[in-house]
Design a binder for this molecule. Structure first.
Ligand code: PLP
Length: 379
């Protein structure tokens, strides 16, 4: 008999979610929108200290709407972190805009301020400044937002903060996701909290949020009949899922503590391995440690990251490579890419050497022991 599967990041319900969901059923608010959606928006905005929030069907939808709010037109340039999930950049293509990718820096694995500076300089010279910069907070760790903001401000380019992975993390005491013009969260099944699928946009721009709400409901205008002047989407969150989200918000702090404890355990049991380095935590904030990630020096590890993924799979343990940088994706083969240092790309090295360890908040001590024992054999 094979051992039970250990997932990379499994959903973890608290004890309120089912009760709230039941309440939604009993009141027959099954349709999209409804009182749980309103309450979920209020509760998220309050928790992160944002001016407002709009609950949506996914994080990807939230990024797409942020681009619409910034009036992105076909052919406009949009800058984006390269080391991220493809969903960060796909909405750029939805609007027929042109993605330009920015490398990571060594210290944070997040968007490199020097690379962004070079890219903006170059864009200015060519008369093609971007309409927005999409900054991902990778694996739950905030990018250096002050440094990136200072650079963007000089060119008057707004930041969309892709905080899909970093809900519950902080940057200089502020909630991750509240530092750009628009911030987006994801409640997909693998994220730190989940509604099975869902997303949220937060901002201080209350007018913008109103517009996002309108675009997310087919851009229906306030007439007694159905009237539409521009293209909209069906991007709203259902009342049922918002009920689940409200329950999840109540345990968010616990989930962050549990994921950080996973990281501490890996750190104390694996850091003696030569050539192994964990994703660092910068002094400016606290990561939610959504995923514990590390790199292995290829000269010192017995197996490569991909071999380790395969070997752990035979033990029914889900380990994944670090995101493949978007500038290396066939989909984005023609996009420009700006590196952190002239000698090469940091994100490519992180991809070649990196691994994401099982990191769910419901992992037991025994689960972690199994992962650690198996991993030690591999390296
Ligand atoms: C998960 C994720 C998204 C997309 O969120 P969905 O809710 O799955 O659409 C976007 N960006 C990053 C960095 C993510 O990890």
């Amino acid at each position: 008999m094979s051992l039970p599967r250990i997932y990379l990041s499994a959903p973890h319900m608290g004890d309120q979610e089912f009760h709230l969901l039941r309440e939604a059923f009993e009141s027959n608010w099954i349709a999209p929108l409804g009182p749980h959606v309103d309450a979920f928006e209020r509760e998220v905005a309050e928790k992160v200290g944002a001016g407002g929030a709009v609950a949506l069907s996914s994080g990807t939808a939230a990024i797409h709407l942020a681009l619409r709010l910034l009036r992105v037109q076909p052919g406009d340039a949009i800058f984006c972190s390269s080391l991220t999930f493809v969903a960060s950049a796909n909405p750029i293509l939805y609007e027929s805009a042109e993605p330009v990718f920015i490398d990571s820096d060594e210290a944070t694995w997040n968007m490199s301020p020097p690379a962004l500076q070079i890219a903006l300089d170059d864009a200015e010279k060519r008369g093609r400044l971007p309409k927005a910069v999409i900054v991902t907070n990778l694996y739950g760790h905030s990018a250096d937002m002050d440094a990136l903001q200072a650079i963007c401000r000089r060119y008057e380019v707004p930041i969309i903060e892709d905080a899909a992975e970093s809900l519950g993390a902080t940057y200089k005491g502020k909630a991750s996701g509240t530092l750009g013009r628009y911030g987006i969260y994801s409640f997909n099944g693998n994220k730190i909290i989940t509604t099975s699928g869902g997303g949220m946009m937060v901002s201080e721009d209350v007018e913008g949020l109103k517009k996002a709400r309108y675009l997310s409901t087919q851009a229906r205008e306030p007439f007694p009949y159905y009237q539409h002047s521009e293209v909209g989407y069906n991007y709203r969150m259902s009342n049922l899922l918002a009920a689940v989200g409200r329950g999840q918000m109540r345990v968010l702090d616990e989930r962050v503590r549990a994921r950080r404890a996973n990281f501490e355990r890996y750190m104390s049991e694996l850091s003696d391995i030569e050539g192994l380095r964990f994703m660092p935590e910068a002094p400016y904030g606290q990561s939610n440690r959504w995923l514990t990630t590390l790199t292995l020096d290829p000269a010192r590890s017995r197996m490569s990251p991909l071999e380790i993924v395969k070997e752990m799979e035979t033990q029914n343990i889900e380990v994944r490579p670090v995101w493949k940088p978007l500038h290396l994706q066939p989909l984005y083969a023609h996009a420009r890419f700006y590196t952190h240092e002239a000698s090469g790309s940091v994100s490519e090295r992180l991809f070649n050497q990196g691994l994401c360890m099982p990191s769910g908040s419901s992992l037991t001590e025994e689960d972690l022991s199994r992962v650690i024992a198996c991993f030690r054999k591999c390296v």
